[in-house]
Write a protein that binds this ligand. Structure first.
Ligand code: Q9C
Ligand code: ZN
Length: 571
């Protein structure tokens, strides 16, 4: 189950034929630069390449009026002066003789992607398209958008594939009011958008972009607007928005398909958005979305006008769709006060419609333990992502682990002032750390084999085909006499494979009585191999908390358990 990349060179044909500073940013290079970077990084080659087709008149008619489609068809024969006059009848739009063809390809690309995912040919994918779609309405072009690609794809998924619940995540920095209007009374399509709003003082200046616009009639609660009232929102703000607004609602909605209006004008460097989120953030957002709808995520490009930031963000998203680990996020991960206010205002506005946003709707986690076994998942985080060899990373003068981009430090300032070189070198560093050949290893002995693991978890092979026959099962058999030692052997075996870069993550099973002791050793093993910071997460009950008091590791380890969380002294 792979990742589709839908594209057609013809979509680079439309371009601005007269002087208009507002529209010139929507240029053909947006597509060519992003595609070149995908090829450079070897990502395009790992995708299933699909050539975009044109959407049919009937398909455009799922969203748009016949008169509007006919008007667009007529633009193919117009001269430059006539095109400019017609463009002037809409807000922030330009037409070119090739616009109709490009816009039909853009909508058709979204349809092909949805068809490929729902037919099971691929798990997910990205349609690289222009013109974008989310501002366009039943009978109006708007904000560079001609046909509403994502809305058409959603209607198509309902009509042709019988879907009942579709989630649209619009992370473009502008409000996709076109999508909102099309589905505002429809409870089968949940529309989430965050957008630069500045209390209504940012384009498109709509009252209905605010958090209290929650949908209408049967669609009440199925429109979720998160307005950013200040510029400069960054990784912490975006992640907080996902964790505290989108994901609770989305899990409760339980979509069968996720469509992403993937605009990257919400990334650092973009002249429209003026936000600060780094490209890696989009890898994390993409990973989070893959927890929904069985991983059926169809992304369609919307905005994104800083060519370098756009290309890197697109690469990050495709990497995450392909299943590669996401690079760590830089910065202090503290949301802005204004972001928290916005998030709280959405939660208040949506609370009547979603149990997951109601305090009293939250239940304590029940005890696991039907099996009496304990799964120990191990993930090591390195400042540069998954590094084959862990080495000590530099520390700041205060003696704390140093993130890649120090707030106020030179790299951070360079990025903040849109210095392309800083972002490039960041991404270049990431290329030095290849994705491990095995994504998830499971160390099992015979009695554990009864565990019902998804078939694609076991020994899933990565991009290096010569590794695929390697046997990961039954490690350290010499220790088999003692269950606890066997369990420890399995965990250490996985740790070794993670530390030498062969495996990204792993699962081993230990008896509940040995879980804490196993963790004690695993933690020491990880730290002695050079890990700087280790998070120990216990889901369910441990027989006792891990004991780290005697050898000075406590400042590098944070332990959290399902029943209580303990932040160790000095961390
Ligand atoms: N400086 C998309 O991103 N101009 N459309 C706004 C405010 C219109 C953006 C002017 C921006 C349209 C798909
Ligand atoms: Zn936008």
């Amino acid at each position: 189950m792979g990742t589709a990349l839908v594209y057609h060179e013809d979509m680079t044909a439309a371009r601005l034929l007269w002087d208009d500073p507002e529209c010139e940013i929507e240029c053909p290079e947006r597509l060519t630069t992003a595609l070149e970077r995908l090829q450079q990084r070897g990502l395009e080659q790992r995708c299933l390449r699909l050539a975009a087709r044109e959407a049919s008149e009937a398909e455009l008619g799922l969203v748009h009026s016949p008169e509007y489609v006919a008007l667009l068809q007529g633009t193919q024969a117009l001269g430059t002066g006539e095109l400019q006059t017609l463009s002037g009848q809409y807000d922030a739009v330009y037409f070119h003789p090739s616009t109709f063809h490009c816009a039909r390809l853009a909508a058709g690309a979204a349809l092909q992607l949805v068809d490929a995912v729902l037919a099971g040919a691929v798990r997910n994918g990205l349609a690289l398209v222009r013109p974008p779609g989310h501002h366009s309405q039943r009978a109006a072009a708007n904000g560079f958008c001609v046909f509403n690609n994502v809305a058409i794809a959603a209607k198509h998924a309902q009509r042709q594939h019988g879907l009942h619940r579709i989630l649209i995540v619009d992370w473009d920095v502008h409000h996709g009011q076109g999508i909102q209007y099309i589905f505002e009374d429809d409870p089968s399509v949940l529309y989430f958008s965050w957008h630069r709003y500045e209390h209504g003082r940012f384009w498109p200046y709509l009252r209905e972009s605010d958090a209290d616009a929650v949908g209408q009639g049967p669609g009440l609660g199925f429109t979720v607007n998160l307005p950013w009232n200040q510029v400069g929102m960054g990784n912490a703000d975006y992640v907080a928005a996902f964790l505290h607004v989108l994901l609770p609602v989305a899990f409760e909605f339980n979509p069968e398909l996720v469509l992403v209006s993937a605009g990257f004008d919400s990334a650092i460097g973009d002249p429209e958005g003026q936000m600060q989120a780094t490209p890696e953030c989009f890898a994390h957002l993409t990973q989070l979305l893959q927890m929904l709808a069985g991983g059926r995520v169809c992304a369609v490009l919307e905005g994104g006008y800083h060519l370098e930031s756009l290309s890197q963000s697109v690469c990050m998203m495709v990497q995450a769709l392909l299943g590669d680990p996401a690079p760590p996020l830089s910065g202090p991960m503290v949301p802005h006060a204004s972001a928290l206010e916005s998030i709280e205002s959405v939660r208040v506005a949506q609370a009547p419609h979603w149990m997951s946003l109601q305090q009293q709707g939250q239940r304590g986690l029940g005890r696991d333990g039907a099996s009496g076994s304990h799964a120990v998942a191990v993930t090591l985080n390195h400042p540069l992502g998954v590094a084959p060899v862990l080495s000590p990373s530099p520390r700041s003068p205060e003696g704390r682990p140093s993130p890649l981009l120090l707030p106020g430090g030179p790299e951070f300032k360079a990025a903040a002032t849109q210095d392309v070189a800083a972002l490039s070198s960041l991404l270049d560093q990431l290329r030095l750390n290849p994705t491990p050949p095995v994504r998830t290893a499971v160390a099992l002995t015979a009695p554990d084999a009864a565990l019902a693991l998804p078939s694609d978890v076991l020994c899933e092979e990565g991009s290096a085909p010569q590794e695929e026959t390697q046997a990961w099962a039954r490690p350290h058999e010499a220790l088999a006499q003692d269950r606890a030692l066997t369990a420890l052997g399995k965990v250490l075996y996985l740790l070794d494979r993670i530390l030498d870069g062969q495996v990204s993550s792993g699962i081993a099973v230990t008896p509940a009585s040995a879980a804490a002791a196993t963790l004690d050793v695993a933690i020491r093993c990880g730290l002695s191999h050079g890990a700087q910071r280790l998070l120990c997460l216990a889901v369910g009950q441990l027989d006792r908390p891990p004991d780290l008091t005697d050898d000075g590791y406590d400042s590098q380890v944070m332990c959290m358990s399902g029943s209580a969380s303990r932040r160790l002294e000095g961390f």
